[in-house]
Write a protein that binds this ligand. Structure first.
Ligand SMILES: [Zn+2]
Length: 81
């Protein structure tokens, strides 16, 4: 059982785990910890939900960048003469 990551390590791995970039050994230790630790399960759940929400928000806000001329015009207005 000494190979189980601590809760802190689990938090540190979470981003990589979620991105599927955790090596298989760590990923299985991660999942083992999750199966034994309800508070980390809650944490991972809320992390996933946050990532999903951010993704949706990003999709909604997926506007093209403003045209260069517009940026230049705005900057020109704001620039003191
Ligand atoms: Zn934990």
């Amino acid at each position: 059982m000494s190979e189980l990551p601590t809760c802190r390590e689990l938090y540190e791995f979470l981003g990589d785990y979620h991105a599927g970039e955790l090596d298989p050994l760590r990923a299985s230790a991660f999942e083992r910890h999750l199966s034994l630790c309800p508070s980390c399960r809650v944490y991972v759940d809320s992390y996933r939900r946050t990532v999903e929400l951010e993704k949706e928000a990003f999709d909604d806000a997926a506007l093209p960048p403003p045209p260069e001329e517009l940026v230049e015009a705005i900057l020109a207005i704001r620039r003191p003469a």
